[in-house]
Design a protein around this ligand. Sequence first.
Ligand SMILES: NC(=O)c1ccc[n+]([C@@H]2O[C@H](COP(=O)([O-])OP(=O)(O)OC[C@H]3O[C@@H](n4cnc5c(N)ncnc54)[C@H](OP(=O)(O)O)[C@@H]3O)[C@@H](O)[C@H]2O)c1
Length: 350
Amino acid sequence: MTAIPATFRAFVATQEGDAASDRAGLGAGEAATPVVTRGVRTFAEADLPPGEVEVRVGWSGVNYKDGLATIPGGKVARINPLIPGIDLAGEVVASEDTAIAVGAAVLAHGHDLGVARHGGYAEYQRVPAGWVVPLPAALTPRLAMAVGTAGFTAALSVIRLEERGLRPSNGPVLVTGASGGVGSNAVGILAGRGYEVWAATGKADEADRLRGIGAAGVLAREEVTGESARPLESERWAGVVDCVGGSTLPYILRTLRRGGTVAASGNTGGPAFATTVFPFILRSVALVGIDSAVVPIAERRATWQRLAGDLRPNGLGDALTEVTLDTLPVALDAILAGRARGRWIVRVGG
Ligand SMILES: NC(=O)c1ccc[n+]([C@@H]2O[C@H](COP(=O)([O-])OP(=O)(O)OC[C@H]3O[C@@H](n4cnc5c(N)ncnc54)[C@H](OP(=O)(O)O)[C@@H]3O)[C@@H](O)[C@H]2O)c1
């Protein structure tokens, strides 16, 4: 028994590698360049995966990973066709779990959503009960998607840094990729907790906004991606939230203070980096990885409660660009091109 209509609207990405091969007249064994077509179409309830909870999706968000899920070679989509969208928030319309009531406001993100299983860019979605997070009372579904996986990742990064002893009194904290989803949320969370937070950005015209949400200072991207022959430089950062990766980690490791930690979550600046062992063996710094997709549900629900409370980002609700299922491609292309300024949120049902 389902409460989802037989058909509904969804944004679908379909990879057509073989068709491209046929069109190009390639011979056997020749590799075809895959083509991904994407757009809104009617989707059948019968084609949704199984799950205990059915949700009428009100809002979703746009993350870098969502962009990757809709391009050839993005290495994110694991089913074809795929409804992308690693975040969703909405209202429960049917539930086989007694702890999750019909009519409840909920959100879900990560796990396989929008990657190996249909995600949030659909008017309805069906998800396992163990992925469902009750919407904290202090958040609307729209604001929850302003946080989204990006803000959840920023919160996890701050939690991991504080688990390793970071406190505002330890010194300044750096956030890289600061204009984007993870970065802006991290600046807002850290500033709200009383840290002296510095924002590194490639967009000079984002400096005022970043100061507005609490950045004490702004660094140009060149400063945090520059190469150096020195394995160690002056100790500067007590902690770092880094979502850029390959191009920033060498600088970060060289400039972390003794005992400092960097929480690394992303690779918009590339996946590979070269460093030395010296920051580790002479300054006891730590490089901690963040994977928001597989956080156990109890910790996920507790982290969301904190995101609505003591980890609520400064400026939450500002710097939002709203798109719909029909206008999604603009946001997906822009995030892949590094043009993020805050968050894009997707009005699905509203
Ligand atoms: N591990 C996890 O669980 C997890 C969860 C969420 C996201 N992520 C990853 O974290 C990263 C950020 O995600 P997001 O959703 O916040 O993306 P986003 O909104 O696009 O933000 C990324 C920011 O990175 C900076 N950037 C872009 N291209 C760059 C380049 N070539 N070199 C250096 N910096 C560049 C830009 O900031 P500035 O212009 O301000 O420098 C951009 O706004 C992605 O790699 C994503 O896959 C990981």
